[in-house]
Design a protein around this ligand. Structure first.
Ligand code: IMP
Ligand code: MG
Length: 178
């Protein structure tokens, strides 16, 4: 797997440091509130579990799985829910945890869908923000790292379901895309 890596953009140490900082910020902001963290499967799995352990508050973890159709329909923000929440979020303080916000279309769909369920509040925490290709303005309360619009893998992020288990975030060599 390592031979496919072109460049490490975010090291394991940098990830761990940043996740702790985000956890502290969230801990401060959500004192005495009913926090429900929603991880978006599968990309955010490592991030959401590390983040939850960096938050010093009682909280509920729930998960959603979504898929967006190919690039053409993604441009219309067509997202399908493959696995819905187990919890009712009405009246709860919801923090949606995403892996990457690129065009913002996936996030915009998720926010609209979740807002309709009547949470007390709804905020977004993304591991990676790629603002350069943003098509819809999406409110991001917490972000781990801002990257250029390059494709990256690792720490949950995949290329064709592979590379999620790399402990850092990296670009792939062109050969890896064959
Ligand atoms: P958006 O709808 O264009 O904002 O795309 C967001 C989704 O595309 C993310 O939740 C990821 O699943 C996927 N994605 C975007 N950029 C990358 C990347 O660099 N690596 C892996 N997945 C990505
Ligand atoms: Mg995703």
């Amino acid at each position: 797997m390592l031979e496919d890596i072109a460049e490490i953009l975010v090291s394991e140490e940098a990830l761990s440091r940043r996740v702790k900082e985000l956890g502290q910020a969230i801990t401060n902001d959500y004192q005495d509130r009913e926090l429900v963290m929603i991880g978006v499967l599968r990309g955010s799995v490592f991030f959401v579990t590390d983040l939850a352990m960096a938050i010093d508050l009682p909280l509920v973890m729930d998960f959603m799985a979504v898929t967006s159709y190919g690039p053409a329909s993604a441009a219309h923000g067509v997202v399908r829910i493959l696995k819905d929440l187990d919890e009712d979020i009405r009246g709860k303080d919801v923090l949606l945890v995403e892996d990457v916000v690129d065009t913002g279309l996936t996030l915009a769909y998720l926010l609209k869908n979740l807002r309709a369920r009547g949470p007390a509040s709804l905020e977004v925490c993304t591991l990676i923000d790629k603002p350069d290709r943003r098509l819809v303005d999406t409110p991001i309360r917490y972000r781990g790292f801002t990257l250029k619009p390059e494709f990256v893998v690792g720490y949950g992020l995949d290329y064709r379901q592979r590379y999620r288990n790399l402990p850092f975030i990296a670009t792939l060599k062109p050969e890896a895309y064959r």
